[in-house]
Design a protein around this ligand. Structure first.
Ligand code: CA
Length: 256
C-alpha cells in the first residue's frame, strides 16, 4: 500500500472508532462471505437466478441479481414475486424455485476458488487469527466443497449458513452469529470481508468494520454507499495489502 492508501485506511479506522464509542480494532477473527469472496461463483449464480425466474414468468436480470446477492434465496424470490403479483409468494413455490435454482447452479462447471483467498487465510492462521465463514448460501455442494478446497481453515463450528439464520443479510443476524461462533467476540474484535452491497449492510449493522472487495461488475461507489468502511478492488489486492492493514490497525490500537 502506498502512503495515500494507508492514510485512507487510517481515516476509515478513526471514523469507525468515532462511530463506536472510540473502539479501536483488536483483531481476533475475520468473518468471510463465501460467494464472490472465497469463490468466483457469482457469474454462475446470477445466470442460474435469471434462468429459473424466467422459467416461472418472473423477471430478474443478471444485473439485478448482483444487487440481491447475499439475501437468502427465499427473500430474493419473494421480492421479485411481490413486485409482479402484489402479494407474498406461496411457500411451496419458493421452495421449488430455490431447489431448481440450486439444480441449475450445480449443472454449471465448479466455480474456481477466488485467487488470493488461500494466501490470505494462510497469513491469518500464521497470526493466530480465526477465519469464520458467514454465508446466506444453502447450496450444499459449495458448503461441502469449501471444507476440501480450504483445508484446515473452516469447520462446521466456524460457519454460519442459510441453515443457521432466521433473517439473513442485510439483517445483522448472520454476522452477529459469526461473532458468537468466533468465540463470543465483540464487534471490534473482528472485521468482515464482503463483496455485495447487502452483505456490507449486514456487516455494518452488526457493528463490525467491513472491508468490501469489489469482485463483480458493480461500481465501487455502490459498496461505499452500502456503508463499507474500506473498499479494495479484489481478493489478491486485499491479500497483498493485509500486512499494511494489520500494521495500521495495531498503530491505531496502541495510540489509544
Ligand atoms: Ca457474496
Amino acid at each position: 500500500m502506498n502512503n495515500e492508501e494507508t492514510g485512507r485506511f487510517r481515516a476509515a479506522l478513526r471514523r469507525y472508532a468515532g462511530a463506536h464509542g472510540g473502539a479501536c480494532i483488536r483483531l481476533k477473527a475475520v468473518l468471510f462471505d463465501m460467494d464472490g469472496v472465497m469463490y468466483n461463483s457469482m457469474p454462475y449464480h446470477t445466470a442460474a437466478w435469471h434462468t429459473v425466474m424466467e422459467r416461472h414468468g418472473l423477471h430478474l436480470s443478471r444485473g439485478e441479481a448482483y444487487l440481491h446477492e447475499g439475501r437468502t434465496g427465499a427473500a430474493t424470490i419473494n421480492i421479485v414475486y411481490r413486485r409482479q403479483n402484489g402479494k407474498d409468494a406461496p411457500q411451496e413455490l419458493i421452495e421449488s424455485i430455490y431447489a431448481e435454482k440450486c439444480g441449475i447452479f450445480s449443472s454449471f462447471p465448479e466455480p474456481d476458488a477466488m485467487p488470493g483467498a488461500w494466501e490470505l487465510l494462510q497469513q491469518l492462521r500464521a497470526e493466530g487469527i480465526v477465519p469464520v465463514l458467514v454465508t446466506g448460501s444453502g447450496q450444499k455442494t459449495m458448503l461441502k466443497r469449501i471444507l476440501a478446497d480450504y483445508p484446515g481453515m473452516f469447520d462446521s463450528a466456524h460457519m454460519v449458513t442459510a441453515f443457521d439464520v432466521k433473517y439473513g443479510k442485510p439483517h445483522p443476524e448472520p454476522y452477529l452469529m459469526g461473532l458468537v461462533k468466533a468465540g463470543g467476540l465483540q464487534p471490534n474484535e473482528a472485521v468482515v470481508v464482503e463483496n455485495a452491497p447487502i452483505g456490507v449492510e449486514a456487516g455494518v449493522a452488526a457493528g463490525v468494520f467491513t472491508i468490501a472487495v469489489n469482485t463483480g461488475p458493480l461500481e465501487a461507489r455502490v459498496l461505499r454507499e452500502a456503508g463499507a468502511d474500506y473498499v479494495l478492488p479484489s481478493m489478491p489486492a486485499l491479500c497483498e495489502a493485509w500486512k499494511s492493514l494489520r500494521q495500521t490497525m495495531e498503530e491505531e490500537r496502541c495510540a489509544r
